[in-house]
Design a protein around this ligand. Structure first.
Ligand SMILES: C[S@@+](CC[C@H](N)C(=O)[O-])C[C@H]1O[C@@H](n2cnc3c(N)ncnc32)[C@H](O)[C@@H]1O
Length: 308
């Protein structure tokens, strides 16, 4: 039986959304100062979600409980709503001239249409129901003149849903920045089983996500064992894959930020936020914002290039 996904988002989503909001505020202010405001600036939320999410939090037991309390204080669900990334982007001080929200789930698409109506007077919003990679390619094929446009694409899937080829195509415009969720703990490590004997369809997903089969070199090592050659998973495979991916982003876009680790409430590693783009100015802002969280831990053993 498949487990029903939990409703709502974890409290750590706030850290991601605060970083996104801070970066978009920085970016649009820079563009405004350069005379770009209100013309040719686009925000694309490629995995938009519903626009608002219920946060899963547990209330702590109250230190003193009155005899007259009728509500159970310990472990009750606290209802708190968080602005999702579309609202975060819509509410920045210097808005983008256009917003595109892409989402595959029809119920979330309906919520995004309601959001578009709510902001319809003041913002130009298009909601696209479909697959992020397909819709991003459609935007690239739509004839936008990238000499006169600038865009930020937020790539925030639950798993490895963005093929490397899509990021390369965005980079080729020379005008698009990406703010990417690198789903190391949430997806990638789950596919990289200890034995190295990975199912064929998982291998295909990893190949498409990284745009190369070389993820294997960064995650595993072949050694001579007692019974012949054996495959060992590297203890620091996660950080090696992150640095390799960042190196590839740097090659494609020109600049890349450090990865900011987002953890769950138990300290478990969920994902890294990484920015990549064509301008040094953008890097300065992203570097400042994304360096605030956990720092990338040092690698052990084999040589590792840290891009930074
Ligand atoms: C992590 S949530 C997005 C959360 C949102 N960015 C936020 O911070 O408020 C990922 C969303 O992507 C959607 N999704 C999953 N696969 C997709 C795909 N291939 N194309 C477009 N949307 C997809 C899911 O339905 C889900 O709403």
């Amino acid at each position: 039986m498949t487990k029903k996904p939990k409703e709502g988002v974890g409290p750590w989503a706030k850290e991601k959304l605060d970083a996104l909001g801070e970066y978009l505020g920085f970016y649009t202010k820079v563009l405004k100062n350069q005379g770009w405001w209100c013309r040719g600036t686009i925000f694309v939320d490629a995995f938009a979600g519903p626009g608002r999410a219920k946060v899963r939090t547990k209330l702590k037991a109250a230190p003193e409980v009155s005899l007259f309390d009728t509500e159970p204080a310990a472990d009750a669900e606290a209802v708190e709503y968080l602005k999702g990334s579309p609202r975060v982007a819509l509410d920045i001080e210097n808005p983008f001239s256009r917003y595109v929200f892409i989402e595959r789930n029809p119920e979330r698409v309906a919520e995004l249409h309601a959001l578009a109506e709510e902001y319809g007077e003041t913002r130009r919003i298009v909601v696209k129901e479909g697959d992020a990679a397909t819709e991003l390619q459609a935007i690239l094929d739509s004839g936008i003149n990238w000499k006169h446009h600038r865009a930020v694409v937020f790539v925030d899937p639950f798993g490895m849903h963005i093929p490397w080829s899509t990021l390369e195509a965005l980079a080729r415009t020379g005008a698009i920045e990406v703010f990417v969720n690198f789903p190391l703990g949430m997806a990638i490590q789950r596919f990289l089983v200890r034995s190295g004997d990975i199912r064929e369809n998982w291998q295909a997903t990893l190949d498409s996500f990284f745009g190369s089969p070389d993820w294997r070199i960064h995650a595993y090592e072949e050694r001579d064992g007692l019974f012949g050659a054996e495959t060992l998973k590297l203890a620091d495979s996660g950080i090696r894959l992150l640095e390799w991916y960042r190196g590839r982003l740097k090659e494609a876009f020109g600049h890349v930020s450090p990865g900011r680790l987002i953890r769950n409430t138990q300290g478990g590693h969920l994902y890294y936020l990484v920015w990549a783009g064509p301008n040094k100015k953008g890097l300065d802002g992203a570097q400042h914002i994304l360096s605030k969280g956990d720092r990338v831990p040092p690698a052990r053993g084999r040589k590792l290039t840290i891009y930074g």
